[in-house]
Design a protein around this ligand. Structure first.
Ligand code: F0G
Length: 439
């Protein structure tokens, strides 16, 4: 057994092209000059700092059961921003900061538009209010960023079946990416509480769709247990690799805006997305690409607000809420799995959390559709509704540059849309009838 020196590792990295790299060269082992392992990242516990190899199939720390995160050897990863700029604005443009080394399973995710909300901004007295429309990803939500990375990692790790619990979008996305990868997907949904478009997607893409008579939190507990006992690969946001994909929302915002926004506002359910964006931006700081972080601000629904309570009451942990309820079914979650990560993201950046009522959410869904031409599902509108509330309560300054992430497309939840709108005007098929309704 020999210990590799830095030059050797560099040669191996060059040879393999896609190889991964471990910060501490003394832990590289090779026999007969054949490289066994080169890692450029490892899994690290956010609580006790224990480290695990990247190909360990674990979702929580083996020592203390807390969440894991992916830690890169940023000092040794070569990231050339000019090279990034030459690549198309898509998620894989940031591949050096993603864990996948194989050809990714991709449906061309990322590169979503950043819209300047001029009308709503004007009404709120905000000159710089933007919305990053994640509903324009392939399956209609930001989950595709997580799944292109998560499903690629599933293949890289040799996993044969992928699984998740979902309020809808995760299942739609997982089903699509599993189809692309040619592997089976199993999804658990809370029966009767998932928007129609999302169930339709999961079914059509060929996942095994199981509706449980219980809520999302219970579905997640069940799928977690089954993944551990049956060897399925879990792709909920407790999976640190999935969150790697989602962090690219923050990267794109920086590249599209050309600067760091003062605040980023995201709807919060399981709290994976806001934590992922924060994590990615911390990497940008470490790489000296930016020198400040936006105030990370999480918005929940009034009937489903465990993170808001923890922030307001300055608690060390999020106390699960037993019966969450909201029209924004995507964020109808009482026990967010990424609780410890979201508290760090909000507190470390001087951000905040607040809750908006279902009426406020639906009013903003209509405003986005009618004043900005942006069609989103209710959970997504929560972020902009939250900005309105925080402006009115004086928490947000009017000179802030704010980016809201709107997370899913309007067509995800057609029933909630139809309920809010008047029915089409039906007429006889003649010009006279047409003119009479136009007048
Ligand atoms: N917005 C939409 C449209 C979502 O689908 C979700 C989560 C969120 C916001 C909240 O993101 O959980 O990372 O805080 N949907 C998950 C699902 C739970 O199963 O589709 P989060």
């Amino acid at each position: 057994m020999k210990v590799a020196n830095a030059t050797f590792i560099k040669q191996c990295v060059t040879l393999r092209g896609h190889a991964r790299f471990l910060k501490d060269p003394v832990s590289i082992i090779y026999t007969n000059c054949k490289l066994l392992l080169i890692y450029m990242f490892r899994l690290v516990c956010v609580n006790c700092g224990a480290e695990f190899l990247p190909d360990d199939i674990i979702y929580r720390c083996r020592k203390c059961e807390h969440l894991l995160t992916v830690k890169y050897d940023l000092e040794n990863i070569e990231v050339n921003r000019a090279e990034w700029d030459r690549r198309p604005m898509r998620l894989w443009r940031y591949r050096e900061l993603l864990p996948v080394s194989r050809e990714p399973v991709t449906l061309h995710e990322g590169g979503t538009p950043l819209y300047h909300l001029k009308s709503i901004g004007k009404e709120l007295g905000l000159k710089e209010l933007y919305a990053k429309h994640e509903g324009l990803n392939p399956s209609g939500s930001f989950k595709d960023r997580g799944m292109t990375v998560g499903v690629s990692m599933a293949l890289e790790l040799g996993m044969k079946t992928v699984a998740c619990a979902s309020t809808g979008n995760t299942s739609a996305s997982l089903a699509a990416y599993a189809a692309k990868a040619g592997i089976p997907a199993v999804v658990l949904l809370p029966a009767g509480k998932v928007a129609l478009g999302k169930v339709a997607q999961a079914l059509m893409h060929g996942a095994k769709v199981i509706a449980i008579r219980g809520n999302f939190d219970r579905a997640l507990e069940m799928v977690y247990d089954i993944c551990l006992s049956e060897g399925l690969y879990l792709l909920n946001s407790v999976n640190p690799y999935r969150l790697e994909g989602q962090k690219t929302i923050g990267f794109e915002v920086i590249d599209q805006l050309g600067c760091v926004p003062d605040r980023m506002v995201l709807p919060v359910g399981n709290a994976g997305n806001i934590s992922a964006v924060y994590k990615g931006l911390c990497e940008f700081v470490e790489l000296d690409f930016i020198d400040s972080l936006p105030m990370m601000t999480g918005i929940q629904a009034a009937g489903s607000r465990p993170v808001v309570d923890a922030i307001e009451q300055n608690l060390d942990m999020v106390v699960p809420q037993a019966d969450p309820e909201t029209v924004a079914t995507a964020i109808r979650i009482g026990a967010p799995v990424n609780a410890e990560k979201v508290l760090t993201a909000i507190r470390a950046t001087g951000g905040t959390a607040d809750a908006v009522t279902d009426d406020e959410i639906l009013a903003m869904q209509r405003d986005l559709a009618r004043k900005e031409g942006i069609g989103v599902e209710p959970a997504s509108a929560a972020s902009v509704a939250g900005v309105k509330k925080l402006i009115e309560s004086g928490v947000i300054d009017r000179d802030e540059r704010i980016v809201c992430v709107v997370t899913g497309h309007l067509l995800k939840d057609p029933e909630t849309v139809i309920k809010q709108c008047e029915s089409p005007i039906e007429i006889d098929a003649d010009i006279e009838s047409l003119l009479s309704v136009l007048r």
